[in-house]
Design a binder for this molecule. Structure first.
Ligand code: NAP
Length: 247
């Protein structure tokens, strides 16, 4: 056991190149995990994330994989197993958010969100269900928007509602395997996904939805993920809303 209470385990973190996934990759590295930083298109950021994990004390590699591509995701798990000997934890943080009222949203934007967020969760969870070792954990990403229900977030929130359903049912399907499956549902969190395209006024307004009167930071979410990935074994089949009390 390391000081932080985790054993030397192997984690794949999708969306590990940026934002919440990257912060989580570094946190798990600090907790003693070997980490596979899975990324979509941003190799430079993924390489920087690997460096950060290494500086934090973990071993890490970067692997490119579109989460909705089943061949690429199978190869991601192959590379994790070949490099580190197996996989214990999958943190599936990759996601996209495209905002528009339903009446105006282009079908291409609908398809992109469903493909990345919902199909991606299916593909990643299917590989995880086939390969995780006993004692493992899957941590998916929903969003507090499933409760906050802000206008313009409809399709994004719908994909996250789907992720919640997949997570809860997979937790039950894995009976007897000693693998937990949960979804974390952050509120507004200071990453590119949240900040890009918003005015200062919008950011200030959304920062105050939490009674703690600030925006969530990636480290706030990484703390919850680290708990679910390691010591939090008795939390299973749950959606954990991490939003400072916003919803
Ligand atoms: N930030 C928030 O306020 C907030 C709130 C609630 C829920 N969430 C959820 O939290 C998760 C992390 O979000 P974030 O804010 O950290 O986002 P972010 O900073 O925009 O990072 C998104 C990550 O997803 C990866 N990605 C996107 N499409 C991909 C694809 N098709 N295949 C593989 N990787 C892909 C990106 O990789 P590349 O850059 O390498 O392409 C990047 O690492 C998401 O599921 C998001 O929906 C975020």
């Amino acid at each position: 056991m390391s000081e932080q209470g985790s054993t030397e385990r192997v984690a794949i973190v999708t969306g590990g190149s940026r934002g919440i996934g990257r912060e989580t990759a570094v946190r798990l590295g600090r907790d003693g995990y070997d980490v596979v930083v899975a990324y979509g298109g941003n190799k430079a950021e993924a390489d920087a994330a690997v460096e950060e994990v290494t500086e934090a004390g973990g071993r890490a590699i970067a692997v490119q994989a579109d989460v909705a591509d089943e061949v690429a995701v199978a190869s991601l798990f192959d590379q994790a197993e070949q490099t580190f000997g197996g996989v214990d934890v999958v943190v599936h943080a990759a996601g996209v958010m495209l905002l528009s009222p339903l009446v105006d949203l282009e079908l291409a934007e609908f398809d992109r969100q469903v493909r990345t967020n919902l199909r991606g969760s299916f593909v990643v969870n299917q590989q995880a269900a086939r390969r995780l070792r006993p004692g493992g954990a899957i941590v998916n990403f929903s969003s507090s928007l499933t409760k906050l229900a802000f206008p313009a977030y409809g399709v994004y929130a719908a994909t996250k509602g789907g992720v919640e359903a997949l997570s809860l049912i997979l937790a039950r399907e894995l009976r007897g395997r000693d693998i937990t499956v949960n979804a974390v549902a952050p509120g507004p969190t200071a990453t590119a996904l949240f900040l890009d395209g918003k005015s200062e006024e919008q950011i200030n307004r959304l920062s105050s939805v939490s009674p703690l009167e600030r925006l969530g930071q990636p480290a706030d979410i990484a703390e919850v993920v680290a708990f679910l990935a390691g010591p939090g074994r008795w939390v299973n089949g749950q959606v954990v809303y991490a939003n400072g009390g916003a919803a």
